[in-house]
Ligand binder design. Structure first.
Ligand code: UD1
Ligand code: CA
Length: 434
């Protein structure tokens, strides 16, 4: 991999109107910048990210997820702009691919088109019916002449539909020659990286334009752009899983995190949300369920169930309005309206409707351990910490606040009191009072 990559991420991203730095906004559960880094890592072992705004926060986010990414802090006060971003960046290889941190849809395949050949500069271009916002590319007889930023365009230049997509592969010696000489005599008083095109052309260097796919090179500048990019990314994720054998009902209504994985034959119904590094194996996730960082194997879940982080379900049936958190269920049925948190439940156990693990006392969380073949009657509260051994029956409506031994019945009920003819007395008297 004789190629270095520089990812520009120093910009403020004012158009996002957010306290979160632009490049940390997520697409399918992963910051935009990480999408760019992941594409870059497939083609390079020398990646530098240029930072300035919120540099500490962004660097920390990168360092907790990646090793060997280099950082460069741009001197924005003296040299604002994409050209300023490259000042003082050290790369190890002869070719340098320059990427924007706000391009989460770019793929390694698309980038490989730009790194081919022996031109001094390969620059990415797209043709747009509405080119507004982009730098326009002046091309005569197939030869690139220059890039003119929109704010510096004349009225006739504004009509050019061929625009700069913002990714370039430049020979290191070319960068070293032109970056120091870029000036800021333009409408924004910024040092434009795009100025190196004209400089190179004027000195007879070879500049190639490479037509790229608009969708992949879409820059995200606003929350509207972010939403559009995520829709495209979601479609890609779901198409890949459907190709791998996952059935999806009304796939447009399903959300799947980029870290989620499937195995075997799975069915995902409409309105399902699968977040985090969930792993779903040979299971059926029914309509409107939410799964987060959970492992589900050989089970059916939902409709309208919520399986929260660190849950592991196998050979189980989870019905509607059941919430499971940080629990391991093996061969369990929990058909209706339950909260199972910090629990371990073994095979053959049936959890009745309305069963609640009372796992929190306001200070700490406690475990509920339930053995095999336990029948937990409806509306039972299990006050943790508590252990229910194998083959136990718990009567409906019980409050269980002590451990129950193997084979026992547990029942906690206030005896029923009845008052004869109370109904008739109560309503007849109230009727007379009126
Ligand atoms: C840039 C190009 C434009 C192109 C468009 C494609 C320039 C001058 N213009 O415009 O020709 O059509 O991308 O999307 O390059 N950044 C820094 N330091 C800075 C300024 C920006 O690192 O001082 C980074 C940003 O964080 C961002 C990237 O560079 O990731 C692009 O900056 P942005 O302001 O979005 O450039 P555009 O105006 O979109
Ligand atoms: Ca941009």
């Amino acid at each position: 991999m004789s190629l270095s990559v520089v990812i520009l991420a120093a910009g403020q991203g004012t158009r996002m109107k957010s306290a979160t730095p632009k490049v940390l906004h997520e697409i399918s559960g992963k910051p935009m910048l990480f999408h760019a880094i992941d594409a870059a890592q497939q083609i390079s072992d020398d990646i530098t990210v240029v930072l300035y705004h919120e540099a500490v926060r962004i660097q920390k986010a990168i360092d907790t997820n990646y090793n060997n990414i280099k950082f460069h802090t741009q001197d924005v006060a003296q040299f604002p702009g994409t050209g300023g971003a490259l000042k003082g960046v050290h790369t190890t290889h002869d070719k340098v691919l320059i990427l924007n941190g706000d391009m989460p849809l770019v793929t390694m395949e698309a980038l490989s088109l730009l790194i081919q050949g022996d031109a001094d500069i390969n620059m990415s271009v797209i043709t747009l019916e509405n080119p507004s916002g982009y730098g326009r590319v002046a091309i005569t007889n197939g030869n690139v002449l220059e890039i003119i930023e929109e704010k510096d365009c004349t009225e006739s230049q504004k009509k050019i539909e061929t625009v700069n997509a913002g990714v370039y592969c430049v020979k290191k010696e070319v960068l070293e020659r032109y970056i120091p000489t870029i000036k800021n005599d333009n409408a924004q008083k910024e040092y434009y990286l795009t100025d190196i095109i004209k400089m190179a052309v004027d000195e007879g260097k070879i500049v190639h334009s490479v037509m790229v796919n608009e969708e992949e090179f879409k820059g995200v500048n606003s929350k509207l752009d972010l939403a559009h990019a995520e829709e495209i990314h979601q479609r890609r994720i779901k198409a890949a899983w459907m190709k791998a054998g996952v059935s999806m009902r009304l796939s447009e209504t399903i959300y799947i995190d980029t870290h989620a994985t499937f195995e075997g034959e799975c069915i995902v119904e409409n309105g399902v949300t699968i977040l985090g590094a969930s792993h779903i194996v040979s299971s059926h996730i029914k309509a409107q369920s939410v799964i987060e960082d959970a492992t589900i194997e050989n089970s059916d879940v939902g409709p309208m169930a919520r399986i929260r982080p660190a849950s592991i379900l196998s050979d189980s049936h989870i019905g509607n309005f059941v919430e499971v958190k940080k629990s391991t269920l093996k061969g369990v049925k929990a058909g209706h309206l339950s909260y199972l948190g910090d629990a371990t439940i073994e095979a053959g156990t049936n959890i009745g409707a309305g069963v609640i693990t009372c796992n929190y006392d306001g200070k700490k969380k406690y475990q509920t351990i339930i053995g095999k073949n336990v029948f937990v009657g409806s509306d039972t509260q299990l006050i943790a910490p508590v252990v229910i051994e194998d083959d136990v029956m718990i009567a409906a409506g019980s409050t269980i606040n002590k451990n129950i031994a193997k084979g026992e019945l547990a029942i906690s009920r206030t005896p029923i009191k009845t008052v004869k003819n109370f109904f008739y007395k109560f309503f007849t008297e109230s009727h007379n009072a009126n």
